[in-house]
Write a protein that binds this ligand. Structure first.
Ligand SMILES: Cc1cc2nc3c(=O)[nH]c(=O)nc-3n(C[C@H](O)[C@H](O)[C@H](O)COP(=O)(O)OP(=O)(O)OC[C@H]3O[C@@H](n4cnc5c(N)ncnc54)[C@H](O)[C@@H]3O)c2cc1C
Length: 402
């Protein structure tokens, strides 16, 4: 089937994958005047029952897509992040968030339920543009068109294809060969629990607890109704899955000896989800001709700076900038502009996220003490904390590089 030329400036785009990155790309390309077909393997839109943190670079991108108000309406806005020691809960340092961070970075720090974010993105893409239950099995192109083939054998043609098909991207294999997702050596127990279930524990509103080979993050979502908990640990092997369950009580045994407040949260979380954390090797380029990667397909990273979705949202906003005003003949050059704007930052955030994990997981002793002293000294100079350096990069409001 041919995707018909339509209104706007008549450029036709296929976006593969309706995760955060693909939905945001569809919104951004529509705003740039493209006619978009969004092709998703799953039979319906779904998003994990989990929280997600949206740093100011993510919320700036959402504002650019016209979606910040819709997302912020269901979000929590933490006043600060408290870094704590695993065993006794001593505060290592604080990062200021709230109004001060919003003023400094021009957009708020939000914590939301993934389903709320996904719903806001999906509401901005008309259902006539979405093809569910359509796994893409092949991506190809010639000088004038790009195309995808679905599992049913149907071929869709367009002026460009944006592959936002996640960690195990099919398109990445077609474009750049057979590298695979890489297990990071760490996995995460995850849960969302009613905030009322931990109200007696006097928890910090948003904290990151650091310990040998492990760390725990917790924060509130859905206007304080729910507590999202992520407890990261080392494991020889673990599957990448948003639905696998841990054994009953497994997380409590794994975090034996931790501050009693952390242990109570892990006990009350019940049977937690177990998620092996995977990454992709950085690429020297994401695009070829009329096809480009976006989001995790291009730069999947460990979530230790809470930046994977933020980078996907920035990709989407910048891609729209690059395509605005382009004609079908300009597509390869426009995709070059998009990748030039985004690749260096996303690659450096990927590496920074891996380094953050090494730093968080130092064994007790001189190295951990030196890290704590370093973090406290850094916080005295930089009130927004160690990750804020990523929040200023690649603001989509800037004019695109031409
Ligand atoms: C535990 C954890 C916590 C995290 N916390 C944060 C955080 O706080 N902040 C943050 O910014 N990031 C966070 N991240 C990272 C973030 O979740 C990801 O970077 C982001 O969801 C990637 O979105 P995506 O759209 O690129 O990929 P995905 O969400 O994987 O979406 C890919 C989509 O493509 C579809 N698809 C796949 N193959 C095909 C095909 N062949 N044909 C058609 N469709 C296909 C899939 O069904 C899916 O819908 C976290 C990640 C983890 C694991």
């Amino acid at each position: 089937m041919r995707v018909r030329r339509g209104g706007g400036r008549g450029m036709r785009a296929i976006v593969v994958g309706a995760g955060i990155g693909g939905l945001a790309a569809a919104v951004s390309l529509r705003r740039a005047g493209c006619e978009v077909t969004l092709v998703e393997r799953a039979p319906r839109f779904t998003e994990a029952g989990a929280g997600i943190q949206l740093a100011p670079n993510a919320t700036r991108a959402l504002r650019r897509l016209g979606l910040l108000d819709a997302v912020a309406a269901r979000a929590d806005r933490p006043s600060h992040l408290s870094f704590r020691t695993w065993s006794d809960g001593a505060e290592i340092c604080r990062a200021t968030l709230g109004r001060a961070a919003e003023e400094a970075f021009g957009a708020p720090y939000l914590q939301v339920h993934r389903a709320d974010l996904h719903r806001a993105l999906a509401a901005a893409v008309p259902s006539r543009s979405v093809r569910l239950d359509s796994a893409v099995v092949r991506v190809g192109q010639d000088d004038e068109h790009a195309h995808v083939t679905t599992a049913s054998g149907e071929r869709l043609d367009a002026d460009l294809v944006v592959a936002a098909d996640g960690l195990r991207s099919t398109a990445r294999r077609w474009l750049f060969g057979a590298d695979e997702a890489v297990y990071s050596g760490t996995a995460a127990y995850r849960a969302l629990l009613p905030a009322a279930a931990v109200a007696d524990l006097d928890l910090p509103e948003y904290a990151l607890w650091l310990g040998p080979g492990r760390h725990v993050v917790h924060y509130r979502v859905r206007r304080g109704e729910l507590l999202n908990v992520v407890a990261v640990f080392r494991a020889e092997a673990a599957r990448e899955s948003w639905t696998d369950r841990a054994e009953p009580g497994e997380q409590v045994r794994e975090f034996d000896g931790w501050d009693p407040r952390v242990l109570r949260v892990l006990e009350r979380a019940g049977r937690m989800l177990r998620h092996g954390l995977h990454t992709r090797a950085p690429l020297a380029r994401w695009n070829s001709g009329r096809v480009t990667l976006l989001g995790d397909s291009a730069h999947a990273m460990v979530p230790f700076q809470a930046q994977g979705a933020a980078q996907a949202l920035l990709d989407a906003a910048v891609l729209g900038d690059a395509l605005a005003g382009a004609t079908a003949a300009d597509v390869p050059a426009a995709l070059d502009r998009y990748v030039r704007r985004r690749l260096a930052t996303a690659t450096s955030v990927q590496a920074g996220s891996a380094r953050a994990g090494e730093d968080y997981h130092l064994p007790d002793g001189p190295e951990a003490r030196a890290r704590d002293a370093r973090m406290a000294a850094h916080a005295a100079e930089n009130e927004f904390g160690p990750h804020a350096v990523a929040w200023a990069a690649d603001a989509p409001e800037e004019p695109p590089v031409r």
